[in-house]
Every structure is written in C-alpha cells, then in structure tokens.
Design a protein around this ligand. Structure first.
Ligand SMILES: *[C@@H]1O[C@H](CO)[C@@H](O)[C@H](O)[C@H]1NC(C)=O
Ligand SMILES: *[C@@H]1O[C@H](CO)[C@@H](O)[C@H](O)[C@H]1NC(C)=O
Length: 333
C-alpha cells in the first residue's frame, strides 16, 4: 500500500495521525471546576438522585424539603447522582421535561445554586448530548452536566464525577428492548480504560483533605439493583488504592449508608428523588450496613477540613440517619 504514497506524503499522513492522537488524549483529560467555600472554611451541599418525573412520585415533596434544609443549613451547591430525566432521558435540548422535572420543581431559593450532575442509565436512553449541552446551562444557569469531571471546593474536598453507565455490560449485551445513545462512548474499551486512567492519576495528584467520588451506579448496595460487579472489579480497586473517603451514588431508589470493613471508604446511596418503595432489600453484613431506607428523600453533607457530617432526610424533612467522621489536621511545628 505504501507504494501509493511518496515519502513526504507518508510522513504528512503520520504527522496528521499523530496530531489526532495527541488531540484525543488531551480531550480525554477530565475537565475541572472550582466551587468556592464559605469564609469560615466550611461547605454544605445536598445530594439527590433518580428524580426527574415531572413532580410525580413525591418528587415535588422531596424538592420542597430540600429547599427547607438547604435554607436552614445554608448549602453551597447540589449534586445529582443521575437518572435526571425518566424514563428515557431528554429527547433533545427543547424537551419540556427539562423545565417540568428540573427548573420548575427545584424552585426554592436555597436551591438556586450550582447543580453538578452526572448521567444515569435512564439518561443514556435519550439524547445524551442534550444534557451536556451549553444551551441548557444558559437556559438554567444552575445546570452543569458532564460525563466525567473534577470539582475542587477550596482545599477541603476534591470531587471526582465518574460516568458509570458505560461500565455496565448488560446495557450493551441485553438492552431489554431499550436503545442507548453510545455516541461519544465508543470504542467502549478505550473509553473505559482512558476514564479509569484519568481518575487514577487525578486522585494521585489530589492535595485536598477529602476525596469524594460520585457516580450513578452502586458499588456496595443492599437495594434492588445491588452491587455493580463491573465497578467492583474495575473502579473500586482504584478508590481503595488512592484512599478515597466516600463513594456517593444513586441507581437504587433508596437512602443507604454502608461502611466498608475492608477500607475506610463510606458508600452512600442517595437515589430517593422520586419513585421509591421497591420493597426488595437484600441481606447485607450488619457490621457494614449502617442505614437503609426504602423510601424517598435526600442527603445533606457538611464539611470542614477537619470534619464531615452527613444527614439523610425523608419526604417530611425528618432526619433519619446522622453520621460524622473527623480527620487529624497535621500541623507543622
Ligand atoms: C410519598 O411519600 C409517602 C411518605 O413516605 C409515602 O407513604 C407514599 O407512598 C409516597 N408516594 C409515592 C407515590 O411514592
Ligand atoms: C420553561 O419555563 C419557564 C417558566 O418557568 C418559561 O419561561 C420557559 O419558556 C420554559 N422553557 C421551555 C423551553 O419550555
């Protein structure tokens, strides 16, 4: 084949291919955002998941309580663990669901803060690019959704948002009649290995006091979906090796706290943004399972360099579970 090209042509081709590769690898790096913290060195945020149902299934009631707690605790931002729009994501940037399930639901003053969103498997059943689109960010300036990204909140905490849906085999091998929008994810294996590499190197470079990883799918869960084996195999070892403090997910429509006995990682599920009450809870080692609630609600997290506190709230605003952990501050004498 090389006989078709003279030497300068060939090197030009190689050069172009090389440029393409360099471009690809720089694109693969995770985009980074900065979230200011309060003057007293603290921050607070809410976590909600699995929510977009036009206000139905208590979504409006959960939103109302998020507003009250957000006001009282003076939160700085909100995290969504994905499945932002049911059943099949957004149809496009003009899908009224964006208004009906987001803008017009989370109306409280305290929720007019930045939202950091990941995608869930239901979002991948629609137009993924629509949720990532800057046009939606303009329409509602709170909205920020990327496949995977990093967020620094002062030097208190660094968040690593990970696109977990492409890890799950069954969406590819047995999609159960659903279609998924895999544009931008193929070739799948390259996508996954690049993502894992990026998360690993970003975690290694982190200088924040706390490291929190956020994804849609479960790693440890006693709920309906249970553990996600692909994440246990591929993502969990990276979290353990890098001494991540907390993994936060949705996917199981419940509120849940599992404290690993093998590592320091806390596994927190906040997937109670709307439809819940599945009624199928699997057995889990009671030494690890600190809390499980099969209903609607959300989570509050308050942090300083020294301390992290979590509280799970139900649809009435009752605090169901509280937990906190402290860290030594190393002082240089
Ligand atoms: C709404 O919340 C209440 C209180 O938890 C619960 O009894 C009811 O079943 C929920 N409704 C739906 C549709 O999930
Ligand atoms: C969304 O709702 C707002 C009012 O809350 C309205 O001004 C706007 O036109 C709506 N946008 C779309 C795309 O439906």
């Amino acid at each position: 084949m090389a006989t078709f090209f003279n030497k300068p042509m060939l090197s030009c081709l190689l050069f172009t291919a090389c440029l393409g590769l360099c471009f690809l690898s720089s694109v693969a790096e995770l985009e980074r955002f900065w979230q200011p913290v309060k003057a007293d060195g603290s921050l607070g945020f809410l976590v909600v998941g699995d929510w977009g149902r036009g206000g139905h299934y208590n979504q409006t009631e959960v939103a109302l309580q998020m507003g009250f707690v957000g006001e009282k605790r003076d939160i700085d931002f909100i995290i969504s663990t994905g499945d932002n729009f049911y059943e099949d994501g957004l149809t496009g940037i003009d899908d009224p669901a964006f208004n009906e399930s987001f803008t017009n639901i989370y109306k409280a003053k305290s929720l007019q803060k930045q939202w950091y969103n990941v995608l869930g498997n239901h979002d991948y059943r629609g137009d993924v690019e629509a949720q990532l689109s800057p046009i939606l960010r303009k329409r509602d300036s709170r909205w920020l959704c990327l496949r995977s990204f990093i967020l620094n909140a002062g030097d208190i905490v660094e968040f690593f948002f990970v696109d977990t849906t492409p890890f799950v085999d069954k969406y590819f091998t047995d999609p159960e009649g659903h279609t998924y929008d895999w544009k931008g994810v193929s070739p799948r294996e390259d996508y996954l290995s690049n993502l894992l590499k990026d998360v690993d190197s970003a975690l290694k470079a982190s200088t924040a006091k706390w490291n929190i990883v956020v994804g849609h799918h479960t790693i440890k869960s006693a709920g309906h979906h249970g553990v996600t084996e692909e994440l246990v195999t591929r993502l969990l070892p990276i979290l353990e090796e890098n001494k991540v403090d907390v993994y936060i997910n949705g996917h199981d429509h419940c509120l849940e706290h599992i404290s690993s006995t093998d590592s320091q990682i806390q596994f927190l599920t906040s997937g109670g943004g709307s439809k819940a009450w599945r009624g199928d809870v699997k057995w889990w080692n009671p030494e690890e399972l600190k809390f499980y609630y099969d209903g609607q609600g959300f989570m509050l997290v308050q942090m300083t360099q020294r301390k992290a506190k979590i509280v799970f709230y139900d649809v009435f605003g009752n605090a169901l579970h509280k937990w906190s952990i402290s860290k030594e501050i190393c002082s240089v004498a």
